[in-house]
Design a protein around this ligand. Structure first.
Ligand code: TYD
Length: 201
């Protein structure tokens, strides 16, 4: 039996990295992240996110992230699933559709097609999006901002709207979890929602 692949998604400032870690702990799942998860992927992550780095144009950004994803799926995600482990990934294909497709305006279908090539067709069994109001997102976006976080409020709003629209269009594969409140409150909401989803599928 293969494991289940769960992607935790959300705009910058949503708190999704914390929630991905807590969900992986509760499920005993492999925790990984994108862009990253492999040495090549982490190198690409620095190239894409460093504000003083190589400064890829939007299409190069999309392709670099997709290359990191290809490596991540081949080296980490697929082997873990095939060995029967569940995998929780902090961001996956849906980040590219939201950020590059909608945020950068490259087109959702084109970006999804690049990701499908990268993953050789693998998709998440379940996407959990941590949804917070704008004030919460701003307050959690402290410290030094990476190159994509620096894209600004309009960009972030397009990303948030894209997640909400994707969740509406595919409700059988998406869970929208209210990310406002304490870490523990949100973690409990995520755990209950995920357990409910898998007990009904
Ligand atoms: P993020 O996951 O928010 O990490 P941290 O919590 O450490 O800040 O940062 C990753 C950034 O990469 C985020 O701004 C979104 C961006 N990103 C994309 O634009 N497209 C993608 O496909 C992925 C995976 C990430």
């Amino acid at each position: 039996m293969t494991g289940r692949l769960i992607a935790v998604e959300g705009a910058d400032g949503s708190g999704k990295s914390t929630q991905a870690r807590l969900l992986a702990d509760r499920l005993g799942a492999v925790l990984t992240r994108e862009p990253g998860g492999t040495p090549l992927g982490e190198a690409i992550r620095s190239m894409v996110l460093d504000p003083d780095g190589v400064g890829p144009v939007d299409r190069a950004e999309a392709l670099l992230i997709a290359a990191a994803r290809a490596q991540h799926v081949a080296e980490v995600v697929r082997p873990a699933l095939e060995s029967g482990r569940d995998v929780v990934t902090d961001r996956f294909i849906e980040s590219s559709v939201a950020y590059q497709g909608h945020g950068r305006g490259l087109g959702a279908e084109e970006v999804a097609a690049v990701s499908a090539f990268a993953t050789d067709g693998l998709v998440a069994d379940l996407v959990v999006v941590i949804d917070v109001d704008d004030e919460t997102a701003r307050s959690r976006l402290g410290g030094a901002l990476d190159r994509i976080e620096q894209a600004g409020d309009d960009f972030r709003h397009r990303v948030v709207d894209a997640y909400r629209a994707m969740a509406r269009s595919e409700p059988e594969r998406w869970l929208v979890v209210d990310g406002n409140g304490s870490v523990e409150e949100v973690a409990d909401r995520v755990a209950v929602a995920v357990a409910g989803h898998f007990s009904s599928t």
